[in-house]
Design a protein around this ligand. Structure first.
Ligand code: ADP
Ligand code: MG
Length: 329
């Protein structure tokens, strides 16, 4: 409990998209290489995720649903160097308290799967045997069935699904090496094989975001040896025009972020050359020494804090500016 208190920051399950973000992160933390998501009615009726990750031991199944139980850090020193997406041990507990949740899992060295179910705060039965391949299945039904006040804040099925799909898009853009399938009301919305080559990655971006973007984009990949910074990805050319700022994806060490320093550097790079008044479009990845960035400022707001703001700003500006200037007609 002491450790949990120091980590603090209780996150609230706001809508189906928040559930999907948490369970996707858990699958990635478990080393999954294939993730399948089935949702019904925008995720309010059903969210079912199946992964081929390392699975959960029988005895750990009830723990996975209890608050502040995480398998990912053991002490505060670990917290400093946390590499996993989750570490608070709160997500499944929070989700299970406002839904009917079923967790089924099997590890490589078990010869059968095991299952736990909850309904709101109550664990409905003991751990029971269940047929399952290696990996985990999380099934979340009837979100907010026991909290009408929160259910009232849900938007239409279409809107909830849009939010949920955006979470899947971001996750699929952050992990080209993982295959993702998303179905809504039995209909396949995205089916993405693992993408290794540039061409495969570009195909994934085209199908997730926009074929026009990738046709009018330039690949970037620059390393700054001295600082160890790397920036790679795709910057949209002026021939791709969009009026709203809806195609801006920036990942730092694999996590999507929103940051003033980054946004400013990119805006400047574009404006300086040819994007007067228009929103730049990009899918970019920056990698840097984890010690130079704090990504755990807030669990849900996608904020980061860079140790060396100037260095980061100048690197992003110079790199993108050079590419954009090069291709100027
Ligand atoms: P956290 O991710 O912060 O540890 P969660 O509440 O999201 O907390 O999950 C609790 C625990 O359940 C995790 O620490 C992990 O051990 C286990 N877990 C959850 N989902 C999966 C999964 N898909 N595969 C393997 N383990 C999982
Ligand atoms: Mg988690």
């Amino acid at each position: 409990p002491r450790l949990a208190n120091q980590i603090a920051a209780g996150e609230v399950v706001e809508r189906p998209a928040s559930v999907v973000k948490e369970i996707l992160e858990n699958s990635l933390d478990a080393g999954a290489s294939r993730i399948e998501l089935d949702v019904e009615q925008g995720g309010v009726k059903l969210i079912r995720l199946r992964d081929d990750g390392q699975g959960i031991e029988k005895d750990d199944l009830p723990l996975a649903l209890s608050r502040h139980a995480t398998s990912k850090i053991r002490n505060l020193d670990d917290l400093e160097a946390v590499q996993s997406l989750g570490f608070r041990g709160e997500a499944l507990a929070s989700v299970s308290s406002v839904s009917r949740l079923m967790l089924t899992s099997r590890t490589a060295d078990q010869d059968a799967g095991w299952q736990v179910q909850t309904e709101g705060r109550d664990m409905t039965a003991e751990v029971a045997p269940a047929a399952h391949p290696q990996g985990s299945t999380v099934e979340v039904r009837d979100l907010f069935f026991n909290t009408p006040a929160r259910r009232k804040f849900l938007k239409t099925e279409k809107t909830e699904f849009k939010h949920l799909e955006e979470v899947v898009k971001r996750m699929a853009l952050s992990r080209f090496d993982v295959g993702f399938t998303l179905r809504h009301n039995q209909k396949v919305i995205h089916q993405l094989r693992p993408a290794d080559t540039d061409a495969e990655q570009e195909r994934r971006i085209a199908s997730l975001l926009s074929p026009a973007f990738i046709e009018n984009a330039m690949k970037v990949d620059v390393c700054a040896e001295a600082s160890g910074l790397r920036l790679w990805g795709w910057v949209g050319l002026p021939t791709f025009s969009r009026s709203q700022a809806d195609l801006q994806y920036f990942f730092v060490n694999g996590r999507i972020i929103r940051d003033k320093v980054v946004a400013h550097a990119l805006r400047q790079a574009y404006q300086d050359v040819l994007y007067h008044g228009r929103h730049p479009a990009y899918v970019l990845y920056m990698e840097l020494d984890p010690k130079l960035v704090d990504v755990n400022v807030h669990p849900t707001k996608h904020e980061v804090r860079f140790r060396e703001t100037r260095l980061v700003h100048d690197f992003i500006f110079r790199t993108t500016h050079r590419v954009i200037a090069d291709i100027r007609p």
